[in-house]
Design a protein. Structure first.
Length: 163
């Protein structure tokens, strides 16, 4: 285990080691959860999408069945359920709150030779993008009804997060 000694500055701040930030994907705007446990300060990465995993999996299952799409629910860094690395262009669309439907595009996301139909919708809480719902299919084209249903699912997720 690596150990680092850091001094507090005048405002009580410390610098987290670069190696740790890189490994945990902690960036400039990342949120950290700080707790005090048995005289130890515990710092961990925080995700706003921290609702009950069972509810998340149920929502994903319902969406998959009703829309005939594969569904990924992500925070800004990674897929919560499958830890899938997302390409930079998809991450940027999510971070800037852009909704996009792409039909019959060569598959960059899953590195296959098939064409993919994909929709990326941001999850926005208090004006801040905190994650996304991504729906994709190799068979079915994605339409406005799929988009509306996924937007409804986002509303349900946000209600759960706010509670």
């Amino acid at each position: 285990m690596n150990e680092f000694i850091r001094k507090l500055d005048g405002l009580g701040r410390i610098v987290l080691p670069k190696e740790y930030r890189k490994k945990l994907k902690i960036y400039d705007d990342s949120k950290l959860k700080i707790t005090l446990e048995n005289n130890y300060i515990k710092i961990e990465k925080h995700s706003d999408i921290n609702i009950n995993l069972e509810k998340l999996l149920l929502l994903k299952k319902i969406l998959k069945k009703e829309l005939d799409l594969e569904i990924l629910i992500t925070d800004l860094d990674s897929n919560i359920e499958e830890c899938l690395e997302l390409p930079k262009n998809i991450i940027n669309k999510i971070k800037y709150g852009k909704v996009e439907i792409i039909n019959n595009k060569e598959d960059e996301l899953f590195k296959t030779n098939k064409n993919i139909n994909i929709i990326v919708l941001p999850i926005i809480l208090c004006g801040e993008v905190i994650g996304s719902i991504i729906g994709y299919s190799y068979k079915k084209e994605i339409d406005d009804l799929d988009k509306k249903i996924l937007q409804l699912a986002i509303s349900i997720l946000i209600k759960d997060i706010e509670e």
